[in-house]
Design a protein around this ligand. Structure first.
Ligand code: G3I
Length: 324
């Protein structure tokens, strides 16, 4: 019965979790599990712009610095999440842009400064950054989401963000990250095409993150490996960055089995892909998962139950890692 991080080391893949800083501060069982089972951590919220800079010009580094310090004590890598995302932006920023108080030139300066400040603050400590999160729309014909960044910095805002991040920490791996791109589909292909374009333009892009938020009512992304492999062939790192598998409660043996299979399809896809560097779950215990709060009636999406007892999904991850 070996911890996930030990099995992951043998299979040469980081095993990560999102960390809820409130749980880390108040729940010793939670904190101990983060330490023993994981070799990488992602801030579930505290590195997002609204959390880091709630008031313009006043950065609140406290919680993120605590996570970094804890991870370094535990010998864990840190996955930085996230520099630019249309969600969880500070209200001073969204209000300022909406009212016209902040124009395009000023927003460009603000974004550049934010990236420089945050990447600079964690320079040498963060292994990789989700530079832009969830840039594309859903559906059969994905386009760049119509965010304040696209509107005011232009269609090349992703290239700009990658270049600014690279200047601030040349050693950090720079990722794009999104959901619903775990299999070969229109949205993952949009990322593939973007990656080819950015590489051709010598833009510093080093990796593609696949969130892996699965829902048992939708088809299993059975071709996840084929999908990751095409990014791998471009020379990019790949990673599952936010894996969980939700279903409608109550659970039953079929749902449990489906969940085991779903986690394993993604983990196997990673293990089969040479430069897949990390498999991260978006929370490891049902006690603190984001799922019930966002999807009414759904839950039990993580590998440990609310009492931190391993579920079959956890055993499945152990077995798949042991097979390497
Ligand atoms: O910070 C406030 C706190 O001050 C307040 O007291 C509390 C009361 O509701 O709310 C707190 O903010 C919440 C925050 O989580 C921290 O707990 C927000 O309301 C809540 O919306 C936020 O949810 C996060 C969500 O992103 C926001 O979109 C989830 O925890 C987090 O798991 C989720 O993570 C995202 C990834 O970043 C990107 N991919 C999808 C994934 C799941 O949605």
């Amino acid at each position: 019965d070996q911890p996930l991080r030990v099995l992951g080391a043998k299979a040469d893949v980081l095993i990560g979790t999102a960390v809820d800083m409130n749980a880390l501060a108040t729940d010793t069982t939670y904190r101990e599990r983060v330490r023993t089972d994981f070799s990488a951590v992602t801030a579930e919220n505290v590195m997002k712009w609204a959390e880091l800079e709630p008031t313009r010009g006043q950065y609140n580094w406290g919680p993120a610095d605590q996570l970094v310090a804890e991870a370094r004590r535990n010998g864990q890598q840190i996955h930085g999440h996230t520099l630019l995302w249309h969600s969880q932006l500070p209200t001073w920023l969204t209000d300022g842009v909406a009212s016209g108080d902040i124009d395009s030139a000023e927003l460009t300066e603000i974004v550049r400064n934010h990236i420089r400040t945050v990447v600079g603050h964690f320079k040498g400590k963060v292994r990789a950054w989700d530079v832009v999160n969830e840039a594309f729309t859903d559906g059969s014909a994905p386009v760049l989401r119509d965010t304040i960044f696209k509107q005011h910095l232009g269609d090349d805002y992703i290239a700009k963000a990658l270049r600014w991040a690279h200047e601030a920490d040349p050693r950090a791996k720079l990722f794009l990250n999104d959901y619903a791109i775990d299999n070969v589909n229109a949205k993952s292909t949009a990322y593939f095409e973007l990656a080819k374009t950015l590489k051709a333009q010598r833009v510093p892009l080093h990796g593609q993150g696949f969130q892996g938020h699965l829902d048992l009512q939708y088809p299993l992304p059975i071709d996840a490996h084929e999908n990751l492999a095409r990014f791998d062939r471009l020379g990019l790192e790949t990673a599952f960055t936010e894996v969980d598998v939700r279903y409608f409660l109550p659970g039953d043996t079929y749902k449990t089995a489906g969940q085991v299979g779903s986690f394993n399809v993604l983990l196997q896809a990673c293990l089969l892909t040479p430069k897949c560097v990390m498999f991260t779950v978006w929370g490891f215990t049902d006690k603190y998962s984001w799922v019930p709060g966002f999807f009414e009636g759904q839950g039990e999406a993580t590998p440990l139950d609310a009492n931190f007892q391993p579920k079959p999904a956890y055993r499945g991850l152990q077995q798949t890692l042991a097979l390497g």
